[in-house]
Design a protein around this ligand. Structure first.
Ligand code: SF4
Length: 357
């Protein structure tokens, strides 16, 4: 692989060796004037991850551009470690992985195979397709909920799963995300962080702002505490950056819409998902809420939720024969009912969310 490839995929083992060969020391990278642009680019890398979920492309026309891009990667990792916030670490790992996926879409199969090799994913070429050992395939697709990823829905020959380039790259995305999450934060000491202090302070502030923005504990006047267990579970998955199966996503979006959340509030919830695509997600939300389709979908009943495996951890209210919860919205309405006032006492009412229908 050449320096341009290392600049595009700076997490590769060979990229680390390349930096060593250039004779760049850690001290120089963090303090020397010659590497000021690499440090700025490292910081921009973290901000891109935090605020856009993907690392923006920069021109890599010259040798200097490419070295700067390669060096920005270790700097970004040091910044993430200095901030040391799980929210940022996850967001950064996801953004680097999504960026790699987008770049692999346009690469030759040889490059995809080499990236897999350097991520320790057992892969091989077979004619014009790529194959991955089924054990790696299972490891990295276990959290991808779509049925398409089930091993039974793939062709396995001699212990290898054949995949088109895009799907192969999607599995590598998960492999890189897992690798980065396991490596970060790095054990950085004061001597390393000192020269970056003011940038780290700024990144901490930006992280706090973004974390607030994505917080799902409260949607304005709508309290998640009163959500049925199934919906709480799906929100937790979305917030953890996990993919929701289509049926669960449909149920969650229609539920949130029916209790009064705006499309923007719903969109924000999905922004940390591994496959987040703002325009695609917006399209799906607009379709489910009737904005574009003219049909306002209602969340499925509990029996349908059960048949799709979406009735998760039903609690005592779900199982109480007297309350007859047959629908997630019924659960939510019961939870939001005004409390009965004690006999002779003043009426005590719990607040009903303004958006509730
Ligand atoms: S019983 Fe209904 S409301 Fe309760 S967790 Fe299952 S699907 Fe959700």
């Amino acid at each position: 692989m050449d320096p341009l490839s290392f600049a595009k995929f700076p997490f590769l083992r060979d990229a680390v060796e390349y930096v060593k060969d250039q004779g760049v020391t850690l001290e120089d990278l963090l303090t020397h004037q010659a590497y000021q642009l690499a440090r700025a680019r490292g910081k921009a890398r973290v901000i891109d991850a935090l605020e856009h979920g993907v690392i923006q492309l920069r021109p890599m026309a010259t040798e200097g551009d490419r070295l700067e891009e390669i060096l920005s990667y270790p700097v970004a990792r040091i910044f993430v470690s200095g901030v040391n916030e799980r929210f940022l670490t996850k967001r950064y790992a996801l953004a680097e992985a999504v960026t790699m996926y987008e770049r692999l879409e346009r690469e030759e199969l040889d490059v995809v195979e080499e990236v897999a090799y350097q991520l320790d994913v057992a892969a091989s070429r077979h004619d014009e397709s790529l194959r991955m050992h089924f054990s790696d395939y299972l490891r990295y697709t276990s959290r991808l909920r779509s049925k398409d990823w089930k091993l039974v829905n793939t062709e396995v020959k001699g212990g290898y799963v054949s995949l088109p380039q895009l799907r192969f790259a999607r599995v590598l995305q998960q492999a890189l995300q897992d690798k980065l999450e396991s490596e970060l934060p790095l054990p950085v000491d004061e001597a390393i962080l000192q020269p970056l202090q003011s940038d780290i302070r700024e990144l901490k502030e930006r992280t706090a702002i973004m974390r607030e923005q994505y917080k799902a504990e409260d949607f304005g006047a709508v309290s998640v505490d009163n959500f049925p267990p199934c919906m709480k579970h799906f929100i937790g998955m979305a917030q953890a950056g996990e993919n929701l199966p289509h049926s669960a996503r449909f149920a969650l979006v229609s539920f949130l819409h029916h209790i009064g959340l705006s499309s923007d509030e719903i969109l924000n919830l999905f922004a940390v998902s591994p496959d987040f695509d703002a325009s695609k997600t917006r399209y799906q939300i607009d379709h489910i809420t009737g904005e574009s389709s003219g049909v306002e979908y209602t969340p499925p009943e509990c029996t349908t939720m059960k048949s799709y495996g979406n009735c998760v951890e039903p609690d005592s209210l779900c199982n109480n024969p007297k309350t007859k919860v047959k629908h997630p919205l019924t659960y939510y309405r019961i939870k939001n009912r005004p409390m009965k006032a004690p006999k002779g006492g003043p009426s005590s009412r719990s607040s009903v969310p303004s958006g509730q229908r």
